[in-house]
Design a protein around this ligand. Structure first.
Ligand code: CP
Ligand code: NVA
Length: 295
């Protein structure tokens, strides 16, 4: 049987996404009731990270352990890659030890190479072009808070060319909600049918049901700090912007957050913020994903 990767949202069918979210809701309730769920007993997940991580690493490790399996993390800096072993050989060897791999990397070419070389399922744990496992949690959180996704108005404020913005664009195409990306010139996403793009954050957020933001400086962009902070001034998700959205709007941020940059303290800690539920839902949605790919 051909192995299944999850490198982008479209690697699951629409029906699989719906049943994954339903299963995640079920797994969340089971965990709240301290029920023992051992659907991945005896299975092993390997995590290979070329960038830092808190949520992705720990939520995948916890997911495997709680489903009866095991997770092993290999930071790239401690691997033989640092001494010249190829990405291809690394993926081939690790595939002999574990049943699936999560890979967090820079360019999407590296992700493709790793996935092509691995003989077990590879999950994108964040690349330059996408963060699909984050979107699984984000979409679950929208449904949990607002009841449904279809027809909702989502506004993404910030770096429109970032992995998070690009994954929200993919999600809007798959799940038929309205997406507006508010980003400064030079940081806008590629033109995509059905996606509205504006340089005016105040216009972009009008009547939104969901407000999403992400850091102005993604991992690996530290050298561009001054230039980016200047470009994104006026794109902070603060109370002024929040007041222009629907009164019942929720606020999402994949975290880590930089309070006072892309989001104000008052908004991230305010009653409309769903960011910590969003972070928790990483655990439940990734359990459901692991069951699909490994079950
Ligand atoms: N949101 C997210 O992926 O967080 P980490 O970088 O901590 O994994
Ligand atoms: N866009 C951010 C997301 C972090 C989870 C980054 O790539 O650093």
């Amino acid at each position: 049987m051909k192995k299944r990767d999850f490198l982008k949202l479209a690697d699951l069918s629409h029906a699989e996404h719906l049943s994954l979210r339903a299963r995640a809701v079920e797994l969340k309730a089971l965990r709240q009731n301290r029920a023992l769920v051992e659907t991945l007993k005896g299975r092993t997940l390997g995590l290979v990270f070329e960038k830092p991580s808190t949520r992705t690493r720990v939520s995948f490790e916890a997911a495997m352990c709680q489903l009866g399996g095991t997770a092993l993390s290999l930071p790239m800096a401690e691997s033989q890659i640092k001494r010249g072993e190829t990405l291809e050989d690394t993926a081939r060897v690790l595939s002999r030890y574990v049943d699936a791999l999560v890979f967090r990397t820079f360019g999407d070419q590296r992700l493709e190479t790793f996935a092509r070389s691995a003989s077990v399922p590879v999950i994108n744990g964040l690349s330059e072009g996408a963060h699909p496992v984050q979107l699984l949690a984000d979409l679950m959180t929208v449904e949990e808070r607002l009841g449904s996704l279809g027809g909702r108005r989502v506004a993404f404020v910030g770096d429109g060319a970032s992995n998070m913005a690009l994954s929200w664009i993919e999600a809007a195409n798959l799940f038929q909600f309205q997406l507006t990306v508010a980003a400064p010139a030079g940081y806008q996403p590629p033109a995509t049918p059905g996606i509205r793009v504006t340089e005016d954050a105040k216009v972009g957020v009008i009547d939104a049901d969901v407000l999403v933001t992400d850091v102005w400086l993604s991992m690996g962009q530290e050298d561009e700090a001054a230039k980016r902070r200047a470009a994104f001034a006026g794109f902070q998700l603060d109370e002024t912007l929040l007041r222009r959205a629907s009164p019942k709007a929720i606020v999402l941020h994949c975290l880590p957050a930089h309070r006072g940059e892309e989001i104000s303290e008052a908004v991230i800690e305010g009653p409309q913020s769903a960011v910590f539920d969003e972070a928790e839902n990483r655990l439940h949605t990734q359990k459901a994903l692991l069951e699909v790919l490994l079950g």
